[in-house]
Ligand binder design. Structure first.
Ligand SMILES: [Zn+2]
Length: 264
C-alpha cells in the first residue's frame, strides 16, 4: 500500500552494528517504521514530527511497537523500552533485589527460579540501557520548508501548526488531546469531523444511559419485563426520529399497558 520511497532506510555507520535492533541491541530480524505505515497519511497531512525512517529491529521490539503511533525515533525507542521494562518487571525486580551470593541458602526450586530471574533481569537491564548506534539515512533532514504553508482549521479559527490547533481545540471543546488526536486521524484529518464524532459518542453514551434508566423505572412501576419495555421503546424511537424516550414510554403505556376501560 505504501510506497517504499516514503521512508529512508536507517543504515548503521559501522559494520559491527549491522543486523542489530536499533532500540535494544538484540539481533534484528524485522523493520519498524517511524511513523507507522498505517499513520503515514496522518503524518504527511499534519507534519507532526517524524523522520520517516525504516528502522532495523528485533521481533520483540517489532511486536511491542505495533501499538505505538509515535512518529519519531526517540518516541518509539522510549515506547519499546517501556514495554520491555513492563514485560520483564518481575525479572528486573529480582535483578535489583538479589545477588548470586545469596542463592546458596535457597532450596533448589526457589534457587532455580531466582537464577533464571537474575539472568533475564541482567539481559533486560542491558537492553534498556542500549544507546542505539551511529547511522546514516538518505534525506534524513526531511524537508518541509520548501512546501506550501499549511493551515489547520477548527470551526473558523486558523492555525499554522497541528500542535497549536490541537491545543486550541482541546481547550475550547474540552476534549483530551490524546482522544482528539486519535479522532482526528480517524476522521479524515479534520478537526470539525473529529470534534463532532467525539460529541456524538458522548451524546450516544448519555442517551443509552437515559434509555436504560427510564426503561428500568417504567418496567418496575408497571410490572413489565425490562427487556420488553426496552425493545418496544427502541422500536418506537427507530420509527420516529422526533420522539423522546418519555414519549415512547407514554406511547407504550397507552397502547399496550393501560387497562382497557370497561364498556359501559
Ligand atoms: Zn529490540
Amino acid at each position: 500500500m505504501t510506497a517504499a520511497t516514503d521512508y529512508h532506510l536507517l543504515v548503521p555507520t559501522y559494520r559491527d552494528d549491522f543486523n542489530t535492533c536499533f532500540y535494544c541491541g538484540c539481533i534484528a530480524s524485522a523493520h519498524d517504521y517511524a511513523p507507522p505505515r498505517q499513520y503515514l497519511e496522518f503524518y504527511l497531512a499534519t507534519r507532526e514530527p517524524s523522520e520517516f525512517l525504516q528502522v532495523p529491529c528485533c521481533t520483540e521490539c517489532h511486536d511491542h511497537l505495533k501499538a505505538c503511533k509515535a512518529g519519531t525515533l526517540d518516541e518509539r525507542c522510549k515506547f519499546a523500552k517501556d514495554k520491555l521494562a513492563k514485560k520483564y518487571a518481575k525479572a528486573l525486580t529480582i535483578y535489583e533485589m538479589w545477588t548470586e551470593a545469596e542463592l546458596a541458602s535457597l532450596d533448589f526450586s526457589l534457587r532455580h527460579s531466582i537464577e533464571a530471574g537474575l539472568k533475564l533481569g541482567a539481559e533486560t537491564t542491558e537492553r534498556l540501557a542500549y544507546p542505539g548506534f551511529a547511522y546514516e539515512a538518505a534525506g534524513l533532514q526531511h524537508n518541509v520548508e520548501a512546501q506550501a504553508p499549511i493551515y489547520f482549521e477548527v470551526f473558523g479559527e486558523q492555525f499554522t501548526s497541528f500542535r497549536e490547533a490541537l491545543e486550541f481545540a482541546s481547550k475550547a471543546y474540552r476534549i483530551p488531546k490524546n482522544t482528539l488526536k486519535e479522532y482526528f486521524a480517524d476522521n479524515d484529518n479534520n478537526f470539525e469531523l473529529a470534534i463532532q464524532a467525539v460529541h456524538k459518542q458522548v451524546a450516544e453514551k448519555e442517551f443509552n444511559q437515559q434509555l436504560k434508566q427510564q426503561c428500568a423505572a417504567f418496567a418496575k412501576q408497571h410490572k413489565q419485563a425490562v427487556i420488553f419495555v426496552h425493545k418496544q421503546v427502541e422500536r418506537y424511537l427507530s420509527e420516529n426520529d422526533d420522539m423522546t424516550i418519555s414519549e415512547a414510554l407514554e406511547h407504550l403505556y397507552q397502547t399496550r399497558i393501560k387497562p382497557l376501560s370497561r364498556p359501559g
